[in-house]
Design a protein. Structure first.
Length: 563
């Protein structure tokens, strides 16, 4: 490793078997550079191997006994050392100059050395040229995959367009889904092998299609290729390269493509469209390829409209909080026990905007925390209003995302709104999805334990849809399991769906917590769940989400009276 002094100095190694020549060159060079000497080729290679990171240039005599300058050049070329250290050969023979340049020498100096200023100029030029080249190469290529870095990728793609202005091109984005999990399970070194295999696959594709490729970031690659009709060949080639590292079931590639047939968009915008297409299939099992089309373009405009209107919607209270009742069904009659707060957007121009359209959008753009806190505040006020108007407390659960939990002031914020509205913590419940626990389990468990110590009840939402192990459940601080609605679809007496529901109920019983079944829509589902021992039911069988004024009719009534 180079010392701090060596990082700021340049050293020239002079190799010559004639002492007088070494002295002459040394006297000339040392006016600007540090100097080291070797009396023959063998000693030169020893110094180069030992101190290569400290040597900026080698002045190499060609005609030496035992190991000639040609032999040194050949050995340096063989060991790829000429890519790290430039060499200027010292000779008086024209034929030798040509041969040495073919072997990789950067320049030559002719004996005798009677013009010191020329020698210094050539040494200076060779060192500067080589250092500039190394800087360019270091920024031009990704160190791991040797594909272009994003900056140079777009620069060369623009040059490609200039040379072939009429060629229809495809902007292609390739991503390995859940790559971070692969890194965690099998280690960083294995993850690097995966990325290198993908890069090799892209190079193979480019040999057939033409174009260029680059690495955007950790697990995402760009390709700019002449238009093709069948994009499956890209997936197939990448899978082929990955097959010796991963099972087919472990490979999760997705492609986003945008074809600018009119060549009207800037390159960056073309790739933005391709990225959007790629991201659109992130959680769609079985889909690997998405082409940006008219429908996606319309959705992009729609999303931009929603994002632009978000602040006004918060200020004007366009977001309406509705409440879906939960009923305890452990007794003879179903009785209202609590409610879940659910947000709805009534847009002044677009009308009702579905939550599945705006919530994921706000999650991607960092707005979901502000929306969630709006819902939290509205819900706390509503509990207080019901308490005053009805003379009773209706506990409400609010949704808390992993993004919310990451905010350092989350607990303080919830504590503040509970206190401001004169509520008890136990009546302000928090729903946290199972997948949130698995993202950063240690931090989330710490936050949740703190909230529980303050008196809040914690419901694990969407249980069964995430990736938590049964062992993890023992360390997760929860007060209720909320069974994912997919569990109860098509349940019938004795079928597999019902067996899974029974298993979830047994897990909850072992943990000592109640089970909430959401999405219950039919009487058959209700009866099966009740018979199996489910504690709480939520869904359209009882009621859709309701505005606060409509919800009040359930207060003090059981399900039989209200329905």
């Amino acid at each position: 490793m180079r010392t701090s002094n060596e990082l700021f100095e340049r050293k020239v190694l002079i190799v010559d078997d004639e002492e007088i020549n070494r002295e002459i060159l040394g006297n000339i060079i040392e006016s600007e550079y540090k100097v080291a000497f070797a009396k023959d080729g063998k000693e030169a290679l020893e110094i180069i191997h030992d101190k290569k990171s400290a040597i900026s240039l080698v002045l190499l005599d060609l005609l030496m006994p035992e190991l000639s300058g040609f032999d040194v050049l050949k050995e340096m070329k063989k060991e790829n050392l000429l890519t790290e250290i430039p060499v200027i050969v010292l000779t008086s023979e024209k034929d030798s100059e040509i041969e040495s340049l073919k072997l990789g020498a950067a320049d030559f100096l002719t004996k005798p050395y009677n013009r010191p200023e020329v020698i210094l100029a050539r040494v200076r030029h060779s060192i500067e040229l080589f250092e500039n080249s190394k800087i360019i190469n270091a920024t031009e290529f990704d160190k791991l995959t040797n594909l272009y870095t994003p900056e140079f990728f777009f620069e060369y793609a623009a040059l490609f367009d200039q040379r072939k202005p009429n060629q229809v091109m495809d902007a292609v984005v390739i991503n390995f889904t859940r790559f971070h999990l692969l890194n965690q399970l099998k280690g960083r070194a294995f993850g690097d092998r995966i990325l290198c295999a993908m890069a090799d696959g892209l190079r193979s594709i480019l040999l057939k299609t033409g174009g260029l490729a680059g690495r955007k970031d950790a697990d995402t690659f760009f390709a700019y290729i002449p238009h093709i009709e069948d994009y499956k060949i890209i997936i197939e080639k990448l899978n082929e390269k990955l097959s010796h590292l991963l099972k087919a079931s472990e490979t999760r590639l997705r492609l986003g493509i945008y074809t600018d047939t009119e060549r009207t968009l800037p390159l960056l915008q073309s790739f933005d469209h391709a990225v959007q297409a790629c991201n659109s299939i992130r959680n769609r099992a079985g889909k690997e390829i998405c082409i940006y089309d008219k429908e996606m373009a319309e959705r992009e405009v729609f999303n931009a409209h929603l994002l632009e209107d978000f602040e006004a919607a918060i200020e004007q209270k366009q977001f309406k909080v509705q409440y879906q009742p939960k009923f305890n069904i452990t007794g003879d009659r179903a009785k209202l026990c609590s409610a879940e707060a659910l947000v709805r957007w009534i847009h002044p121009e677009l009308g009702f905007v579905r939550p599945d359209l705006f919530i994921p959008l706000f999650e991607e753009n960092g707005l979901v925390t502000k929306l969630d806190r709006y819902v939290w505040e509205e819900s706390a006020r509503q509990i207080a209003r019901w308490k005053k108007e009805l003379g009773m407390t209706i506990p409400v659960s609010v949704n808390v995302s992993r993004i919310d939990i990451a905010a350092p002031d989350m607990t303080d914020f919830i504590t503040k709104i509970v206190k401001e509205n004169g509520l008890e913590a136990k009546d302000y419940m928090l729903e946290i999805t199972e997948s949130a626990y698995t993202e950063d389990s240690k931090h989330i468990i710490e936050v949740v334990e703190n909230l529980r110590s303050l008196g809040h009840k914690i419901e694990m939402d969407d249980f069964g849809s995430g990736y938590s192990s049964l062992n993890m459940l023992t360390s997760m601080p929860i007060d209720a399991l909320k069974m994912d609605k997919a569990f109860i679809r098509n349940i019938k007496p004795g079928n597999k769906g019902m067996a899974l529901v029974t298993l979830v109920l047994k897990i909850a019983q072992t943990l000592g917590v109640p089970v909430i079944a959401e999405g219950v829509e039919t009487e058959d589902e209700y009866k099966l769940l009740k018979a199996a021992g489910c504690d709480i039911i939520q869904g359209y069988y009882f009621s859709k989400p309701l505005p606060p004024e409509d919800f009040s009719k359930y207060a003090g009534n059981d399900k039989g009276d209200a329905k």
